[in-house]
Design a protein around this ligand. Structure first.
Ligand code: 13P
Length: 249
């Protein structure tokens, strides 16, 4: 039986005061007895996040990482650094990294490989643009995104990862995929993984992301192949995120 996982992606948002307030509210309001929760904080707030969430059941992680262990890579952050601040997860291949910062399927696969080597769980983000959906190639796009990772780390490597399906047209737009639309793609993803390994397909957590709100969470999470959510905007509102976690518990 797969456990539900709900993760907050704060993206490039927050202040010290806001982060303090959110962490306190998450600590107080989220029970991880029946579900897993994680927070992806901006790098500069990871020390505060570690302090605020240590001893709770809530995990945390970085929003990005570089493949090298150290060296002359101005602006980048290594997995060793993330681990030093207690990160269990790292986001890889978020659509904003792909579209705004040029991360290709191959770059994303290398980052998944580096995370696995360092023992940090990669949360692999995939999803199609509106144009791709309207041209009927959603399945082809997500298959290519996953195949690039399997080619690099094998199906066993993918099995140690979490997948977040985030249709690009639903991110930050208020336009959530309907539970049926999301389920259809999640079921496809699980089916294409089962062609490699049925055990991995059965056990891998596949989260939905894209305008998840407390009001839509329960129905999304009740779909058979949706194992939780990756939440952007609503994770910056304490009571919304706490309610979304409760919907998964
Ligand atoms: P929103 O929840 O703001 O649509 O963002 C989704 C997302 O990109 C999470 O990674």
């Amino acid at each position: 039986m797969r456990r539900a996982l709900v993760a907050a992606n704060w993206k490039m948002n927050g202040t010290k005061a806001k982060v303090t307030e959110l962490l306190a509210a998450f600590k107080e309001g989220i029970s991880t007895d029946n579900m897993d929760a994680a927070v992806f904080a901006p790098f500069v707030y990871l020390p505060m996040t570690e302090e605020g969430l240590s001893g709770t059941g809530i995990a945390w992680g970085g929003q990005c990482s570089y493949t090298a262990e150290s060296g002359a890579f101005t602006g980048e952050t290594s997995l060793a650094m993330l681990k030093e601040f207690g990160c269990q997860y790292v986001l890889v291949g978020h659509s904003e990294r792909r579209t705004l910062f040029g991360e290709t399927n191959e770059v994303v696969a290398d980052k998944v490989a580096a995370a696995l080597e360092q023992g940090v769980c990669p949360m692999l983000c995939i999803g199609e643009t509106l144009e791709e959906r309207e041209s009927g190639i959603t399945e082809k796009v997500v298959k290519e995104q996953i195949d690039a990772v399997i080619a690099k780390v094998g199906i066993e490597g993918l099995g140690k990862s979490v997948i977040a399906y985030e249709p690009v047209w639903a991110i930050g737009t208020g336009k959530t995929a309907t539970p049926e639309q999301a389920q259809e793609t999640h079921a496809y993803i699980r089916k294409m993984i089962s062609e490699h390994d049925t055990n991995v397909a059965e056990n891998i957590q596949i989260l939905y992301g894209g305008s998840v709100k407390a009001a839509s969470a329960k129905e999304l999470f009740s779909q058979p192949d949706i194992d939780g959510g990756l939440v952007g905007g609503a994770s910056l509102i304490a009571e919304e995120f706490v309610a979304i976690c409760a919907a998964a518990g």
